[in-house]
Design a protein around this ligand. Sequence first.
Ligand code: G4P
Length: 519
Amino acid sequence: MTEPTSNRRTFAIISHPDAGKTTLTEKLLLNGGAIHLAGQVKARGAARRARSDWMKIEQQRGISVTSSVMTFAREFDGLGEITFNLLDTPGHEDFSEDTYRTLTAVDSAIMVIDAAKGIEPQTRKLFEVCRMRNVPIITFVNKVDREGRPVYEILDEVADALALDVSPQSWPVGMGGLFEGILDLASGRISRPEGDSREFLGKVDYEPVPAEFAEEIELGQMGYPEFDLEAYRHGDLTPVFFGSALKNFGVAELIEAIARLAPPPRPQPSSNTLGEAGVIEPTDKEVTGFIFKVQANMDPMHRDRIAFMRLVSGTFKRGMKLTPSGSGKPMAVHSPILFFAQDREIADEAMPGDIIGIPNHGTLRVGDTLSEANKVRFTGLPNFAPEILRRVQLKDPTKTKQLRKALDDLSEEGVIQVFYPEIGSQWIVGVVGQLQLEVLISRLEAEYKVAAVLEGAPFDTARWIKGSDAALRDFAEFNKSNLAKDRDGDPVFMARSVWDVSYQQERNPELTFSATKER
Ligand code: G4P
């Protein structure tokens, strides 16, 4: 742990709504001594007054539509200071691609589970995204201050539902009314609830486990594997911690685990100008990074956007010239937002694993690689097959140009995906969650002054198709009415059903139909 890149821990929390992500985030920041909350900075002054309507949706529903970055740092014995970058993911059931993409920018994840509910649908979906990229996961079973399910039942459910080895690191001594505290299995200490609120107030007792629980715990522990760092880092095993975010139990242990177990910045898969695959190591000298999210203007008059770049290698310095793969034109990054800046001033330096907010006017797109020499491209930032497709119908037909511009912009940001059919003039938008459609309509009105309605589309899903020019031409000849181009001009098969996809795949073995498009 001596390399300069190794004191960063960049992670996200995945959970089903209500499991306690927000409460845990607050407690992590409190315990960790938060330096800076990204969302707060941008809500200051004029920008706050100019928030557009989609922010109102966010407020009305009390949800966070956009992700942000929270950074905190703490000293650990033997490790020195560790800087944590916590990337927030939207906490609504109706999540968007934002959530997925944010997971491409982290090195590990915390999976929060409600002790009474176990694995819920969104936890599972987000887990699958982590698995696709071998993102290591620490499990936090929350709300043990309330009546929950038996501990072994929860552990077995995680193991069975997610096909993961589980290795308990702590154990609740009783739950609900009988809650006596959390036993740390490594040290054998129990932290006990104190005072009227029965919260954890920071003191750790060294009392033995009460006899009525001791045997149960010993028996319960049997049959679970010991912690294995390699297996965890590879995404095959999850260490499990029990606690209560509300009462602050197990949170300090969780932070300690992230510091000691969670991986430092990982090498990122890339390709070079010849298309040969490789990896960029965090220790490489050249500054490189990729954009995983673009957050639109808080101020609609000035089309300004913040692109969030995950730094992959090199030491970024303010004013540095980087070339985005999309535009190919070098740009000087004069006013980066560095989220660990102590006093909200613009900071000067960032290390691999850090997130840099780059203000721009639409030149930076989700999936762009930024680098000094413009010779590498990061791979593996996927576009997901939309699950909901809608036709966009203009209320005022003279606004076609504005609509096109708006759809291009919003798809660049990853709010929606847009498909331009080969036949017909009605553009189609695709999303993975209903909420994205509401965001689309309100932003079209607020920021582009375009009134539009969404109508059902005769398609159910879309697949990016790849193959030789000849194979694509043959396919197009028979399927013109099902063909569209995405915003990059790449061919997409608009399918009436998933069955339709497999039918076409069988008939056209020389083509591939993919549900994701890697940029
Ligand atoms: P989310 O972000 O994952 O959606 O969950 P959030 O933290 O908002 O927590 C959802 C509810 O669960 C909140 O209660 C919160 O107080 C409660 N909660 C979170 N952690 C714990 C815990 O460790 N123990 C217990 N007993 N409850 C917990 P709420 O009633 O919906 O909101 P509020 O009125 O309490 O804020």
